[in-house]
Design a protein around this ligand. Structure first.
Ligand code: AHR
Length: 605
């Protein structure tokens, strides 16, 4: 294969092209990137059970509704201590299938009610051996009928695995009858040391992709199984004990401790442009709100945008300031709903989209409004709108999409808001990303990058999975309660290779061979002078390639491949990782090999 890259001409590439789509699925939020380690800590969601809890000592645990912590959190933990009991008694919490315990400083917050003057002792302990990795005794003066709040920190040593519990105990002899606890929270030192922040290892893995945007909060998890169960921004803000949480759409309760403000801090810390999804009338269980019945929800979106962007002299900007953030956030992209072709939503989407679009544009003319589907749109479409399209496909199907955007209508921006190779070519469901799937995604991405004047943003989805609770696979990042199991999929590395090596201008390329099995796109970063050629070999035979870029002399070649097309990256056994080596050209010419089933990035100057 011979390629010659033009050093002039071409199209400007979208600066936002690669980024992330996030929703709480697979315990990607609670039990995932959010830093809080204790499960069921506010007894939220539709059930009132003791999931994750066990009694310590001769006590009985119950979910109590007669001593609400707040109107948001009416269910609390009651510990009944039989008269005459002595010693340390209380509860353990097993976290999200165990608790990651590292050499770290842990912050612990809790609420207590009931007559008790004594220590509440908290500790992190191995289930298998009973080894205590860290503990702290907190002096408590608690009274009946009033909830009191306590905070503490303690250091821990690293546990050998994730099979650990958090234990909180009291002196049984000092309890008369029952003592009540709620909203125990346990955090490691968080990403950017944020209060109520993110886990640094998972956030760090994402940061290393150097994405440009974050679409949140869904996905299906925006929509709710019923109207009442939709994601409500105003119930995800303020002190966490005032957040009711909700039964999420992916089988489990969401605490909403990862709420709107936390998403915005995440964007700020990771330098991501927020892409805010707003509920647009469709519920997953069926039932679409339309016409004038939508007005309160449109008003609600305007309040949400004011909360994000308003100065402190506005009602909701002042509310944000009362939550600790005076300076407004920038908000440039809002998506109206999610996959509104579902549940009979298409018939009303044009009208619903228009209603939200016009109301937002009237107040915030610079915000780019994104439709959640390319079907059922208003005719004519509002100028400047973008369209979100999703693809979950087999590898061959992705490759067939290579030139999808070559002749696309340039009047509207495209946001490929979700895509992933989810099956093998024979139709078997992938529980985890394969090399061939990742290469096929790279072919599709090359097609998008070649057209990144119209494809403005693209995000692989879903982003993360807890290996112990997976509703949707494959994902980009996987983990368990054992930090050493943090696993980056084959697709993760493709996302990273494409994102960190970005040009500002997509350059014309002449070739001596047509596309397939090798695919390519060339660009130049006008700020650094670096030329990039991204290539994918979707074939079982290596392709020797000569690349000519006049005036360049040296740089690097990064290659991602594996021993077989179905190679996967397992915990502690990644078969598919990028390898970077230096290359030197002769008269602007570089000869490289594209191994079978490979993704390659050449970066030269
Ligand atoms: O990414 C998983 C799901 O796929 C999203 O929630 C939804 O938008 C799509 O159907």
């Amino acid at each position: 294969l011979g390629l010659t890259v033009s050093t002039t001409g071409g199209n400007a590439s979208s600066p936002l092209l690669y980024g992330f789509m996030f929703e709480d699925i697979n315990h990607s939020g609670d039990g995932g990137i959010h830093g809080q380690l204790l499960r069921n800590n506010g007894f939220q969601g539709t059930t009132a059970d003791l999931t994750a809890y066990a009694a310590v000592g001769s006590v009985t645990l119950a979910v109590d509704t007669a001593h609400p912590l707040s109107s948001a959190l009416p269910k609390v933990l009651r510990i009944d201590v039989p008269s005459g009991t002595t010693g340390q008694v209380g509860f353990s919490n097993a976290g999200y299938w165990g608790i990651p315990v590292k050499k770290d400083t842990y912050a612990c917050y809790f609420w207590v009610e009931g007559a008790y003057t004594g220590d509440v002792t908290v500790k992190l302990q191995s289930v298998a051996t009973g080894t205590v990795f860290g503990s702290k005794a907190v002096a408590v003066t608690s009274v009946a009928g009033t909830w009191k709040y306590y905070e503490t920190t303690f250091t821990a040593s690293a546990a050998p695995d994730g099979d650990n519990v958090f234990v909180a105990t009291v002196d049984a002899a000092k309890v008369s009858g029952s003592i009540y606890f709620n909203l125990f929270q346990l955090f490691p030192v968080t990403y950017h040391q944020r209060y109520n922040g993110l886990k640094p290892d998972i956030a760090g893995a994402l940061e290393n992709v150097k994405g440009s945007f974050l679409r949140f909060p869904g996905g299906n998890n925006l929509e709710g199984a019923t109207l009442a169960r939709r994601w409500k921004w105003n119930e995800t803000i303020g002190p966490v004990h005032t957040r009711p949480g909700r039964q999420g759409d992916w089988t489990y309760a969401n605490t909403d401790a990862l709420g709107l403000l936390e998403y915005l801090y995440w964007c700020e810390d990771m330098k991501l442009v927020p892409v805010l999804g707003v509920w647009a009338g469709l519920t997953l269980g069926g039932g679409v709100t339309t016409g004038t019945a939508l007005t309160p929800y449109i008003d609600d979106v305007l309040k949400e945008i004011e909360y994000i962007t308003g100065s402190t002299s506005t009602t909701y900007g002042a509310l944000r300031a009362s939550h600790g953030r005076t300076e407004p956030f920038a908000l440039t992209h809002v998506e109206i709903g999610n996959e509104d072709f579902l549940q009979g939503g298409l018939a009303s989407y044009a009208a619903r989209f228009t209603a939200f679009h016009d109301a937002i544009k009237a107040k915030y003319p610079d915000i780019i409004i994104i439709a959640s589907t390319d079907q059922g749109l208003p005719s004519p479409k509002p100028a400047g709108m973008w369209i979100d399209i999703h693809y979950y496909l087999r590898p061959d199907q992705f490759v067939a999409l290579f030139n999808t955007y070559d002749n696309y209508d340039r009047n509207y921006g495209i946001f490929v808001g979700e895509y992933a190779s989810t099956k093998s070519n024979t139709g078997a469901t992938n529980w985890w990303a394969t090399l061939i799937g990742a290469v096929s995604e790279a072919v599709f991405m090359i097609g998008m990058e070649r057209n990144s004047d119209v494809v403005k943003m693209a995000a692989y989805a879903p982003l993360m999975q807890h290996f112990n609770s997976t509703q949707w696979a494959p994902d980009l990042i996987g983990y368990t309660s054992d930090p050493s199991f943090l696993t980056l999929s084959t697709s993760y590395y493709v996302q990273q290779m494409f994102s960190v090596n970005r040009g500002t201008t997509i350059l014309p390329v002449t070739s001596d061979t047509g596309f397939g099995p090798a695919y390519w796109v060339a660009s130049k970063n006008d700020n650094t002078g670096i030329y990039y050629v991204k290539l994918a070999n979707y074939g079982a035979t290596a392709v020797s390639t000569t690349i000519t870029i006049p005036g360049t002399t040296s740089g690097s070649v990064t290659t991602l491949t594996g021993p077989a097309s179905d190679s996967i990256n397992l915990p502690k056994n990644a078969l598919v990782v990028p390898v970077t080596t230096a290359i030197t050209g002769s008269a602007g010419q570089f000869t490289i090999s594209l191994p079978a089933w490979s993704v390659v990035v050449v970066a030269v100057k």
